[in-house]
Write a protein that binds this ligand. Structure first.
Ligand SMILES: [Zn+2]
Length: 381
């Protein structure tokens, strides 16, 4: 899921809140489940009452999920970790933070805040049920939310990454071993175990008459499995790229082309040399950058009538890197801005920059591949 994708519905504590498109499905499904439950358990209510209380309960449920995510966020902000966004989506909520916590105790506190918040809400809603009887709207609503928030707290405490319990588990292993990558692998492995258990239990339930719950359980298990695998893969990437910078993988050859040639001529140049990126130079002055991606954004029929100059990425829009930039950060920038290559510049960019090379995604991936073939020995730490 992309950062902050979906519909922005507001800002709390400086954090933009988004509704992902998949949230609509889960909102409709949960509202329908609640309303059906109320229809069964409160036959004396009117149809309108079933639905209004159902919708209200469902909205408060997602407010509870938001509260859970906000409590993670408040603790993260306390440690000066910026919270980029909170998104409500198919499987609940997701708070995206700018970076991993730098200490085990920070990760522990950020992770535990969520289940604590859900537990706190659960107690609050159960408290309301003492004041309002279950046969009335408020009592039914409070009772549903009390139970569900308790489930939410309990489920999130399962000790497998990426659940909160998995993060708590990771923080404990991290604190004990002082090794973040190892801790992630351990928590990722237990996340996979929990995911497989959920998928199997879900499949068993599906074939034994509990189709709806069984499928849902298996579906959540599959989601957790993906997230667990991803977190372990990220650690592997971190390990292989540690200690390397742009200068280590850049190609020192910097192909150039003049701005006045047509796109047709440019494509011929690309085909002839196999080079997919050129710096555009007019009278020894750098004016922009041209690559195959930009070429393909112009209709084929128009290649003959357009110059490189008219289609190129202008100088001020080029993303640069420096020889010293760590490869891991560079790779993240390449991926997040969706570019394949970056020129490497040494010296001040607005002063007299000197282009010393080009880094491509492929060159980084090649290094990762080679290093992972040599095993952990190659990734010196
Ligand atoms: Zn959480």
């Amino acid at each position: 899921m992309n950062r902050g994708s979906g519909l922005r519905i507001g800002k709390i504590l400086g954090i933009p809140i988004y509704l992902h498109s998949t949230w609509v499905f889960i909102f409709v499904a949960i509202t329908w489940i609640i309303a059906s439950q109320f229809k069964q358990e409160h036959p004396l209510w009117t149809e309108a009452q079933h639905w209004t209380v159902g919708i209200l309960t469902s909205l408060l449920f997602f407010a509870s999920v938001l509260f859970h995510e906000l409590s993670h966020s408040v603790v993260a902000q306390h440690y000066k970790i910026r919270v980029i966004s909170i998104t409500l989506f198919l499987f609940g909520g997701l708070a995206r933070i700018e970076r991993e916590p730098s200490k085990a105790i920070q990760e522990f506190n950020i992770a535990i805040a969520g289940p604590l918040a859900s537990g706190f809400l659960s107690i609050g809603f159960f408290g309301l049920t003492f004041l309002f009887p279950y046969k009335e709207s408020v009592g039914a609503l409070a009772s549903w939310l009390g139970v569900t928030n308790l489930y939410l707290a309990g489920f999130n405490l399962l000790p497998g990454f990426p659940l909160d319990g998995g993060r708590i588990f990771r923080a404990m292993v991290w604190g004990a071993t002082k090794n973040f990558d190892k801790a992630t692998r351990v928590a990722g492995a237990s996340g996979k175990l929990i995911a497989y258990t959920m998928i199997l239990a879900g499949a068993y339930g599906t074939f034994n008459g509990h189709v709806q719950n069984g499928l849902w359980l298996a579906f959540i298990g599959w989601f957790i499995l993906n997230a667990a695998q991803e977190s372990v893969a990220q650690v592997a990437i971190r390990e292989t790229l540690t200690g390397l910078s742009a200068a280590d993988v850049m190609s020192k050859e910097v192909p150039t082309c003049p701005g006045h040639i047509t796109l047709e001529e440019y494509s011929a140049e690309v085909l002839r040399t196999g080079r997919r990126l050129h710096l555009v130079v007019n009278d020894d002055r750098l004016v922009g950058m041209m690559n195959v991606h930009t070429l393909n954004s112009v209709l084929r029929d128009e290649w003959a009538h357009n110059s490189v100059q008219s289609a190129m990425i202008p100088r001020e829009k080029i993303l640069w890197t420096s020889p010293e930039e760590p490869l891991l950060r560079l790779l993240e920038r390449l991926l997040s801005s969706d570019v394949n290559q970056m020129p490497v510049v040494s010296g001040a960019i607005d002063g007299a920059p000197q282009i010393v090379g080009i880094v491509t995604r492929d060159s980084i991936l090649r290094v990762m591949q080679t290093r992972s073939e040599f095993g952990p020995l190659a990734a010196s730490r």
